[in-house]
Design a protein around this ligand. Structure first.
Ligand SMILES: [Zn+2]
Ligand SMILES: [Zn+2]
Length: 344
C-alpha cells in the first residue's frame, strides 16, 4: 500500500509498505477513506517533534472503514465507518479514568499515531485500543463532515470546555487558522455575548468574516485597543491563544481582564516568557495543554444535529498519490488554503 513516510529531518516520501496487521487483541485495522494534513505534520517534518521516529507513516487526522478487529475489540466491527482519534489511550489508567487521555500512561499513550507509530496518510492504518480511539460515524454524517473530529475539532472542543465560558462573556480567540476556526465553532455553541477573533492573514480574516458574520475580527496589531473598546471590564473574560506566534502569548494575557481564564492551545516553537511582575495583581487563571480527545462521540452528535459544520474549512482535495502537491500548498499557505482533504 502507499504510505506517506517521515524519512529524515526535512523529508517525507510516498513509499510502498505492507498493509498493517493486528498486533494486539485491542487493535483494529482501518481502511482510510479520507485524511488530512495538520500543522503538527509539518512540525515533524521540520524536526520540532523530537519523539517522532523516522520511517513512521505520518498523518493523524482521518476517517475510514473498519477492515478487521482484534479479539478484544467490542465497540466497533468490520464495515463500520469511524473517526480515528489523534490520541492513543487505554481508558483504564489514572489519567484516562479522569478524562486526561493525553497523559495516558501506556507506552504509546498520547499522540503516537503518525508520530511514533504508523499513521493515516496511507491506505490502511492500525489503531491501538480501538474501542477508545474509534467512534462510529452516524449514517447521515459524511466523511468530509467527520474528518476533523479526532484532531483539530477535538482540540477546539476541549479548549472551549476547559475555558468555562458563560453567556455574559466576551471571548477572544487569537488565531484564525484551522484550529482557531474549530475553536470558534465550539465557542459559538456556548453563546457568549461577544466573540473576537484576532488574525494577521488577510485571507483568513476574509474567511472568518464571510462565514461567521456575527464574529468581530481584528488584525493582530490593533488587537489590544480593539479588545478594550469591545469588552466590558477592561479586557476579555476568556482568551483562547491558538496562534502560537512570536508575540501571541504576551498578547493573550495582556488582552485578558483581571481574573480571566487564559487557555493556551498553541504549540510554540520556543519557550515563552512569563513576566510575573508585569502580571502581578491580574490574578489570571492560565490553562495549558494538549487536547484531551475524549469528547468525539459528543462532537459527532453535534455534527449530526447540524450544530457544528467544519466542511467550509476543506478548501482543497487531492488523491493520496498527489499528497506531495497537497503538502506544498498547505505548507506554503498557497491559494487560500485552510485544510486539505486527501482521498484514496
Ligand atoms: Zn494535528
Ligand atoms: Zn490510559
Amino acid at each position: 500500500m502507499l504510505a506517506y513516510t517521515y524519512v529524515e529531518h526535512g523529508k517525507f516520501e510516498l513509499r510502498e509498505k505492507p498493509k498493517p496487521e493486528i498486533i494486539n487483541s485491542r487493535d483494529a485495522i482501518i481502511r482510510v477513506t479520507l485524511g488530512s494534513i495538520c500543522t503538527s505534520d509539518l512540525h515533524i517534518k521540520h524536526g520540532s517533534v523530537p519523539r517522532a521516529i523516522p520511517g513512521t507513516t505520518v498523518g493523524h487526522e482521518m476517517v475510514g472503514v473498519v477492515e478487521e478487529v482484534g479479539a478484544d475489540v467490542t465497540l466497533v466491527k468490520p464495515g463500520d465507518r469511524v473517526t480515528v482519534n489523534v490520541e492513543t489511550f487505554c481508558g483504564e489508567c489514572f489519567f484516562c479514568k479522569r478524562g486526561y487521555v493525553n497523559n495516558c500512561t501506556d507506552s504509546n499513550g498520547g499522540w503516537a499515531l503518525g508520530c511514533r507509530i504508523d499513521g493515516g496518510q496511507a491506505e490502511y492504518v492500525r489503531v491501538p485500543y480501538a474501542d477508545q480511539g474509534l467512534n462510529r460515524i452516524p449514517d447521515t454524517v459524511s466523511d468530509e463532515q467527520a474528518l476533523f473530529v479526532g484532531d483539530v475539532l477535538a482540540t477546539g472542543f476541549w479548549a472551549t470546555r476547559i475555558s468555562e465560558i458563560s453567556e455574559d462573556d466576551t471571548v477572544l480567540i487569537i488565531g484564525g487558522g484551522p484550529t482557531g476556526i474549530c475553536t470558534l465553532l465550539c465557542v459559538m455553541l456556548k453563546k457568549p455575548r461577544r466573540i473576537i477573533v484576532c488574525e494577521k492573514s488577510p485571507e483568513r480574516i476574509r474567511f472568518v468574516r464571510e462565514h461567521y458574520p456575527d464574529v468581530l475580527v481584528v488584525e493582530s496589531e490593533n488587537c489590544k485597543d480593539f479588545v478594550i473598546q469591545n469588552s466590558d471590564h477592561g479586557g476579555t473574560d476568556v482568551v483562547l491563544e491558538v496562534a502560537g506566534s512570536e508575540d501571541t502569548f504576551r498578547l493573550a494575557w495582556e488582552c485578558a481582564r483581571p481574573n480571566a481564564i487564559v487557555t493556551i492551545v498553541a504549540l510554540y516553537d520556543k519557550p515563552q516568557f512569563l513576566p510575573l511582575p508585569d502580571m502581578y495583581g491580574k490574578n489570571l487563571i492560565i490553562k495549558t495543554g494538549g487536547v484531551d480527545g475524549c469528547d468525539c462521540a459528543e462532537i459527532l452528535n453535534l455534527i449530526e444535529e447540524g450544530k457544528i459544520d467544519t466542511t467550509p474549512l476543506i478548501t482543497h482535495r487531492f488523491p493520496l498519490k498527489e499528497i506531495e502537491e497537497a503538502y506544498r500548498i498547505f505548507e506554503n499557505k498557497l491559494d487560500g488554503v485552510i485544510k486539505v482533504a486527501i482521498y484514496k
